[in-house]
Design a binder for this molecule. Structure first.
Ligand code: NAI
Length: 334
């Protein structure tokens, strides 16, 4: 099948090309994001493969349908950037990679926790500078601390498995509690209870109407002073302005982010020679107790290989049978 691959990075080219050996699709790589300005570059491609910062709103989807596209293949799990209802009305099928390596993201969440807790960026820079002072590097043991997990799907479960090994007390909030997490010793509680009891809160819910700015001023007010917040889900689950206020007041003691609400203008590109125009992002970088990575939770050999294989399998099945596995439908929005 002719596939337009949008927002291509070097690793997409590598892993998709490797996975395509045997699958035999015709891959055309585009560096640009897909959005209202660029929608015409994919004209005539029956399949369009997109990533997290491509914008598939009703306007873009309308153009795609007119231009002959029949399948949108997300090479990621989250689908908040696709107007699923509009796609359905237009007869466009949408598939995704629901699970590649939840462990990659869960492990990265723990990396953020430990990096913040043991002040690793500061320690690294100090030692390189010949400064072996320990002032300002004091950490805490994870053992015995209460970690609140919001969203106990695949990544939340993988995180619970890891943190159980650290000896943490695990509590969680999810509208759909699952038996696997309970078996790991996770106690499901209300959001209010989770906010009040957690030393660390880690976000693993999808972005939806229900989770948009879930962590706002009202939520922060219910949390322990000095709480550690970790977000590897989607940036807009956090109200960044409110969290900045929380950092300034000391309510938030540590902030670890792999995602950011306006990341589409920043992440996945080298802007080191440019002036960053996003003042909120720049403000975040001024805090000593903030650790930000540029949406790399998924970025492991295992995950990339799995993403590429599942993406092409999704497309092959559609091409051969018109059937979709891993389909994103309006059912999933509930
Ligand atoms: P999943 O679909 O397996 O689990 C999501 C869980 O969130 C489900 O148990 C669901 O019931 C729960 N949930 C839904 N609404 C909720 C709410 N209002 N409050 C609390 N929980 C709620 O998804 P998975 O694979 O665990 O991924 C979670 C999110 O992580 C994805 O939606 C995506 O946004 C993000 N992600 C980030 C990556 C990164 O590189 N940083 C890579 C992959 C995913």
């Amino acid at each position: 099948m002719k596939i337009a691959v949008c927002s291509t990075q070097a690793h997409d080219r590598r892993f998709l090309t490797e996975a395509n050996v045997g699958a035999g699709h015709e891959l055309t790589f585009f560096d640009s994001h897909l959005n209202e300005e660029t929608r015409h570059i994919v004209a005539g491609f029956p399949a369009v493969c997109v990533f997290v910062n491509d914008t598939l709103n009703a306007t873009v989807l309308g153009s795609l349908a007119e231009q002959g596209t029949r399948l949108i293949a997300l090479r990621c799990a989250g689908f908040n950037n696709v107007d699923v209802a509009a796609a359905s009305e237009l007869g466009l099928r949408v598939v995704r990679v629901p699970a590649y390596s939840p462990h990659s993201v869960a492990e990265h969440s723990v990396a953020l926790m430990m990096g913040l807790n043991r002040r690793l960026p500061r320690a690294y820079n100090r030692v390189r500078d010949g400064n072996f002072s320990l002032d300002g590097l004091l950490g805490f043991e994870l053992r015995g601390k209460t970690v609140g997990i919001i969203g106990t799907g695949r990544i939340g479960i993988a995180l619970a498995e890891i943190l159980r090994g650290f000896g943490c007390r695990l509590i969680a909030y999810d509208p759909f509690p699952n038996a696997e997490c309970k078996a790991l010793g996770v106690d499901y509680v209300s959001l209010a209870e989770l906010y009040a009891a957690s030393d660390i809160i880690s976000l693993h819910a999808p972005l939806s109407q229900a989770t948009l700015h879930l962590i706002d001023a009202a939520a922060l007010a219910q949390m322990k002073d000095g709480v550690m917040l970790i977000n590897t889900s989607r940036g807009a689950v956090i109200d960044t302005a409110a969290v900045i206020d929380g950092m300034k007041s000391g309510k938030v003691g540590y902030l670890g982010l792999d995602v950011y609400e306006q990341e589409g203008d920043l992440f996945f590109q080298d802007l080191s020679n440019q002036v960053i125009q996003d003042d909120m992002f720049e403000r975040l970088l001024t805090f000593p107790n903030v650790l930000i990575t540029g949406h790399q939770g998924f970025f492991t050999h295992e995950a990339l290989s799995s993403i590429a294989q599942t993406t092409l399998q999704n497309i092959s099945l559609f091409e051969q049978s018109g059937q979709c596995q891993n389909e994103v439908t309006t059912e999933l929005l509930r």
